[in-house]
Design a protein around this ligand. Structure first.
Ligand SMILES: [Zn+2]
Length: 314
């Protein structure tokens, strides 16, 4: 069954105002071949229309299930209309969106909006498969360090914990014409950076970096260096793709988020990566794919965060 696909935010808000439409949409994304029991995997299920749940005919525990079970929405009392609207905003807002904006737009508390945001961002971060190849740029940057925007206690803790250094090192690796990956790294030393290059780049690829010493010795790649002290481009040899990505990222971070704790930084990176890597899609397509990704994998918040207990959302 082919579901209706909204094309604009207004379409989405109107369509998802009806709970049956939300359910129809999510069911088509999650179970394109028919509703399946998340516990035993069979399709012999009865729809309980007044509860918008299903009941499995097989004998086992947890026979009743909703479309949320086994997804990042599990255990969340937030309505599907709000989840879907928040997803639309997060995947389509170019400069990022804060939980404050989500809170105002869909009428939930800011804390709830924060949980929605983080669950959605988390689910979007899980797409890096295989290695990058062809022409690949690697670069690093530092994020953070605006102490004046910080709450006093956070500031004190950071200064103490990091010995006065208040920036997080992030590495980016980009396949030209393809995808970008970002990784929070402990520092810019050779061991940290080279391990990531080897993990994410196909041996034999053309690799472009700046003249940072840490990149010396990546001999299994066709490694070429641009020394930014001399110039920024030498034919094919440059890291302009990464530079552009960093400026997009930083515009989003500084323009939208009040402050980003280093612990949460990777989630914002995931969100920006998702938008960059799917930049050729229109808003409707990007949303549709995001929802498939969010509900199509059996990933709950607890699995994603490695937590065993369940977490209150409201
Ligand atoms: Zn079952």
């Amino acid at each position: 069954m082919e579901a209706y696909e909204p094309k604009t935010l207004l379409d989405a808000i109107k369509y998802f105002a009806d709970p049956d439409n939300c359910l129809r949409y999510l069911v088509a994304k999650r179970w394109p071949n028919g509703v399946t029991c998340p516990t035993c995997g069979c399709q012999d299920v009865i729809f309980l229309a007044n509860q918008r749940r299903w009941k499995c005919r097989n004998q086992h525990s947890q026979r009743q299930f909703s479309v949320k079970v086994g997804t990042v929405m599990e255990d969340s009392p937030i309505g599907l209309d709000k989840w879907l609207t928040a997803m639309w905003q997060i995947v389509n807002c170019k400069n990022g969106i804060s939980s404050y904006e989500v809170h105002r737009a869909i009428g939930v508390t800011q804390k709830t909006a924060w949980f929605l945001d983080h669950r959605i961002r988390f689910a979007l971060g899980l797409e890096s498969e295989g290695k990058l190849s062809g022409h690949v740029e690697a670069d690093e940057t530092f994020i953070g360090g605006k102490a004046r925007n910080m709450h006093k206690a956070v500031h004190a803790r950071r200064i103490k914990g990091t010995g006065g250094k208040d920036k997080t090192a992030v590495m980016g690796i980009l396949e030209r014409g393809g995808k970008v990956r970002t990784i929070v790294v402990p520092n810019r030393k050779k061991s940290a950076l080279q391990a990531e290059v080897r993990k994410h780049v196909e041996v034999g690829s053309a690799l472009y970096t700046d003249a940072l010493q840490s990149y010396n010795g990546l001999n299994e790649f066709q490694h070429q260096v641009i020394d930014h002290a001399e110039k920024y481009v030498e034919g094919n040899v440059h890291t302009n793709g990464m530079e552009n990505f960093w400026s997009l990222l930083k515009r989003g971070l500084h323009g939208t988020y009040v402050s980003v704790e280093p612990f949460h930084l990777f989630r914002y990176l995931d969100e920006q990566m998702y938008r960059y890597n799917n930049r050729k899609m229109d808003d409707g397509e990007r949303f549709s794919m995001a929802v498939s990704q969010i509900v199509g994998k059996r990933l709950t918040w607890n699995v994603l965060t490695g937590k065993s207990g369940s977490e209150a959302v409201n």
